[in-house]
Each structure stands twice: as structure tokens, then as C-alpha cells.
Design a binder for this molecule. Structure first.
Ligand code: C2E
Ligand code: CA
Ligand code: CA
Length: 471
């Protein structure tokens, strides 16, 4: 009995010991796999899972964390041109700079691709987040990154969101920091804080977007046309720029600034671009039948500069059987900077199709010249900001005349936009500017007025006297 009892207890003890040992092994493995599940293998930083967990814990503890979301500019270009291992190496270098720049309290994570997040556990306010974000961007821009012998210029955009005013759950904070980051990228602002009014998911914005969807079906959108004339004082009409407006049922005629930034953050921008393109091309075909043969320039948002655009262009040209050479697409530097390789491909294919491409707002961005290399564009539009200050600021004159000289050496046509007075027009012509556009010649006009203007039937606007844009 005793012996049997002893054997029995031995079995129990051994079994328990084995179970305990096994449990320890399992726990250790679980811990390791938990760590793996929360770690980004490439950089050793935490991953999205780790960030979400920490955010949830912090919010549950009643803290008010702040979130920074960073996305690099032109990272795809590094991957495409230098290869994936160069891209990986760059991401590791960026991770190190962020970790040392963010300080010991903050948690840096990589969310995937070239997207990083910084969680600040207890910021004093939104201002502190902004200061940190700017410091990190500065650290990246002087980071001295390189791939082999090739120095890499690293820029990025950061969106910030503060728990409380900018979101109350982990999911909301992440989403709002993301919205702010895209806004920062689009506005080339570097850093932007979340702003509900500009968020396509906020209730107000959803209402506006819903109305706009209907507006497109109900012909509330209209296109106005502003002439471009030859420099050198002849004032000969060279073409029109199509500019969209929204004839809102209660708010009156809305300028693009009132709705486009919002639309550009949603898929709706594709439908809007297609609508403007088809409307403009049809309009010019109509004018042609009325004896006015001219070109039209259509603005293309960064988000629509892709394969889909080529299809829209084909559709527009087929619809009107109108010569491709008379269509100009205006793209901004932002579109080029965000995805240089993609932009190059699309522009090249447009050019092969015979459509001309213009770089709009030239000079407003910092990285312009580098990205123009190898881009098959035919025209540069000098940003309005330089033109309007031309007389007051001698340094702007230097910029404009160097841009003109440079563009001519690259075989490009130069257009100055925002020309409001005759002195500036004369000065630009003397500098060799090929084409001029601005209130001096005409405001953007409804189609019927544009035709009358072209036929010389509308009086030129009085100089110095503001002319209201006809509704
Ligand atoms: P943008 O392409 O730079 O267009 C020129 C803007 O300058 C127009 O503003 C035009 O009305 C204004 N402007 C023309 N001459 C003068 C002048 O002498 N002085 C001043 N101060 N302004 C002048 P608008 O029509 O409000 O358009 C603003 C922006 O909205 C455009 O800037 C363009 O980026 C965008 N946009 C307009 N229509 C479309 C469109 O159909 N699609 C897309 N994607 N963007 C559009
Ligand atoms: Ca334009
Ligand atoms: Ca412009």
C-alpha cells in the first residue's frame, strides 16, 4: 500500500513537474512569438499591432497620447531605380533617425511600406506634436542617407492627431493622423494637424461629397474658360484653360478651392476629372464648328495621373474626333514628386498619343528641377505667386527670368499665369515669356462669353478695375 502510494505520488510529482516545465516552454515560445508578432522584421521597430495595442492601453488608462504619422516622398522611386535592397537599407536608416530623434518616451513603429508612426505618450498639446514632427523632418532632410555611392534626398510628410480633440479611439486617431498626413503631402506643407472640415469621412464633408455626386448628374458643375494669349504684345489667342466651378443651389457659384481639396481625397476625383475633360473637349469641338479653332488645357489632379487617365483621354478624343495636339493636360509638381516614375510613364504615353503636357504652378515646390529631368512635357506655367510680385520683388524677377531661360534651353514653352497689369505683361514679354494668362486679358468666362471674347466682341477689362467673374 505504502509502496504503491509512493509510486503514485512520484508519478504525480513527475507529471506536475513536466507540465510546469512544458508550460514554461510554451510561455516562453508565446512570449517570443508575441514579440515577433509585434515587431517589424526589417527595422526591429514595433509594427502596427504593437502601436494599436499601446494606443488602446494608453487611452484606457485615461492618458491623452499624440500620434504622428510619417510617409516618405518618392520612396517608390528608390525601390524602382536602385532596387529593393537599397529601399530596405534606406528604411532601416530612416528608422534609426526617427528612433533617436523621437526621444526615449516616444514609441516609433513602422506601419508598413514607407509609413512610420510615432506615439507620444503624454504631450502637453498639439503644439508639442508639431514641434516634434518638424524636428523629425529636419533630421530626415539632413540625414545624409545614401545607397552605395548614391546620396539620397529624403523628404516626408507628417500628419498629427491628439487624443481628445482629434479622436477618442485608437482606430480614430490612426485614421485621422492618416488623413492629416495625406493633406500635408498634397499641400506640400510638411506637417499638418488633423482638421475635420477637410476630412472626407467627417459628417459635413460626407454631405458635401454627396451633394457633389448629385451635382455632376444634375448639371450643377460648369466649366469656365480663361484665354491664354501670345506674349510680345500681340495678345493673339492661343488657347483656353478649362476651370471647373460648382453652381450650388443655395451657396452660389463656388470656386474649386471650396470643394476640390475634399474631392481630391476621394475616388470621386476620377469622375470629376472625366467630366471636366469630356465637357472641355466637347466645348472646343462645338467652337470649332462655330469657326473658332483653338486648344484647351485641362487640370489633372495628382491622384488621377495614372493609367486611368489614358483611357479617359482616349474616350474624350474618340468622342469628338478632335486632334490630340489641341489638348493640353496641366499637371502639378506635386503629382510628379509623389510618384516620379509613374508620372514619367504616364506623361510619356500621353506624348506618344500626341497630347501635350504642361507643368502647372512651376516654382511653387522646392524639388521641381530634379523631377523635370526625363519628363516629356512641352510647357511650364510659372507660378502665379512669382508673376504677381514681379514688380515689387526684384528677386522674383531673377527667378522668373532664369526659369524662362532654363525652360527655353529644354525646348519648353513658358506661360506666365496671374498677369493682372500691363506693366507686368510688358516685363514678362521682354524676358521672353511665350504666353500670358491673367485677369488683364480676361477672367475665366462662361462658354458663350469666351466665344464672344475670342471674336473681339467683349470689351477688354479695364485695367486696375476688378471685374467680377460672370456666373
Ligand atoms: P490653377 O490651375 O493655377 O488655375 C489658375 C487659377 O488662377 C484659377 O483659379 C484662375 O481663376 C486664377 N487666375 C487666373 N488669372 C488670375 C489673375 O490674374 N489673378 C489671380 N489672382 N488669379 C487668377 P480657380 O479657377 O479658382 O482655380 C483654382 C485651382 O483649382 C486651379 O489652379 C487648379 O489647380 C484647380 N482647378 C480648377 N479647375 C480644375 C479642374 O477641372 N480639375 C482639377 N483637377 N483642378 C482644377
Ligand atoms: Ca492650371
Ligand atoms: Ca497654376
Amino acid at each position: 500500500m505504502d509502496a504503491a502510494w509512493a509510486a503514485w505520488t512520484t508519478v504525480v510529482v513527475v507529471t506536475v513537474a513536466a507540465a510546469v516545465a512544458l508550460a514554461a516552454v510554451v510561455r516562453q515560445r508565446d512570449r517570443r512569438s508575441a514579440r515577433v508578432a509585434r515587431t517589424d522584421a526589417l527595422t526591429g521597430l514595433g509594427n502596427r499591432h504593437a502601436l494599436t495595442e499601446r494606443l488602446v492601453r494608453s487611452l484606457a488608462a485615461g492618458e491623452r497620447p499624440g500620434l504622428l504619422l510619417l510617409d516618405l516622398d518618392g520612396f517608390k522611386d528608390v525601390n524602382d531605380t536602385l532596387g529593393h535592397s537599397a529601399g530596405d537599407a534606406l528604411l532601416r536608416q530612416v528608422a534609426a533617425v526617427l528612433r533617436s530623434g523621437a526621444g526615449p518616451q516616444a514609441q516609433v513603429t513602422r506601419l508598413g511600406g514607407d509609413e512610420f508612426a510615432v506615439l507620444v505618450p503624454a504631450p502637453t498639446g498639439a503644439q508639442e506634436l508639431e514641434v516634434l514632427a518638424k524636428r523629425l523632418l529636419a533630421a530626415l532632410s539632413i540625414g545624409g542617407f545614401s545607397s552605395g555611392q548614391v546620396p539620397l534626398d529624403v523628404q516626408g510628410s507628417i500628419g498629427t492627431a491628439l487624443a481628445g480633440p482629434d479622436g477618442t479611439s485608437a482606430e480614430e486617431l490612426l485614421q485621422h493622423a492618416d488623413v492629416a498626413m495625406y493633406a500635408a503631402k498634397r499641400a506640400r506643407a510638411g506637417v499638418l494637424r488633423y482638421d475635420a472640415a477637410q476630412d472626407p469621412h467627417s459628417t459635413d464633408a460626407l454631405e458635401v461629397l454627396g451633394q457633389l455626386r448629385r451635382a455632376m448628374d444634375e448639371d450643377q458643375l460648369v466649366v469656365h474658360y480663361q484665354p491664354k494669349v501670345a506674349g510680345g504684345g500681340h495678345g493673339q489667342l492661343l488657347g483656353f484653360e478649362a476651370l471647373v466651378r460648382w453652381q450650388h443651389p443655395t451657396r452660389g457659384l463656388l470656386a474649386p478651392a471650396a470643394f476640390l481639396p475634399l474631392v481630391e481625397r476621394t475616388r470621386l476625383i476620377h469622375a470629376l476629372t472625366r467630366w471636366v475633360l469630356l465637357t472641355a473637349v466637347r466645348q472646343v469641338a462645338t467652337w470649332r464648328a462655330q469657326g473658332l479653332d483653338t486648344t484647351v488645357s485641362v487640370n489633372i489632379s495628382a491622384a488621377t495621373l495614372d493609367e486611368g487617365l489614358l483611357g479617359m483621354v482616349e474616350e474624350a478624343l474618340a468622342l469628338t474626333r478632335w486632334p490630340a495636339e489641341q489638348l493640353v493636360l496641366e499637371i502639378t509638381e506635386t503629382a510628379i514628386v509623389v510618384d516620379p516614375a509613374g508620372a514619367r510613364r504616364t506623361v510619356q504615353r500621353l506624348r506618344e498619343r500626341g497630347v501635350r503636357v504642361s507643368v502647372d504652378d512651376f516654382g511653387a515646390g522646392a524639388t521641381s528641377l530634379v523631377h523635370l529631368r526625363g519628363l516629356a512635357v512641352h510647357e511650364l506655367k510659372v507660378d502665379r505667386q512669382f508673376v504677381s510680385d514681379l514688380m515689387a520683388h526684384p528677386e522674383d524677377e531673377v527667378i522668373v527670368s532664369s526659369v524662362i531661360a532654363l525652360a527655353h534651353r529644354l525646348g519648353l514653352v513658358v506661360v506666365a499665369e496671374g498677369v493682372e497689369d500691363a506693366v507686368t505683361a510688358a516685363r514678362l514679354s521682354a524676358m521672353g515669356c511665350d504666353e500670358l494668362q491673367g485677369y488683364l486679358f480676361a477672367r475665366p468666362l462662361p462658354p458663350a462669353d469666351a466665344l464672344r471674347w475670342a471674336r473681339g466682341e467683349l470689351p477688354a477689362p479695364q485695367l486696375g478695375e476688378p471685374v467680377d467673374e460672370p456666373a
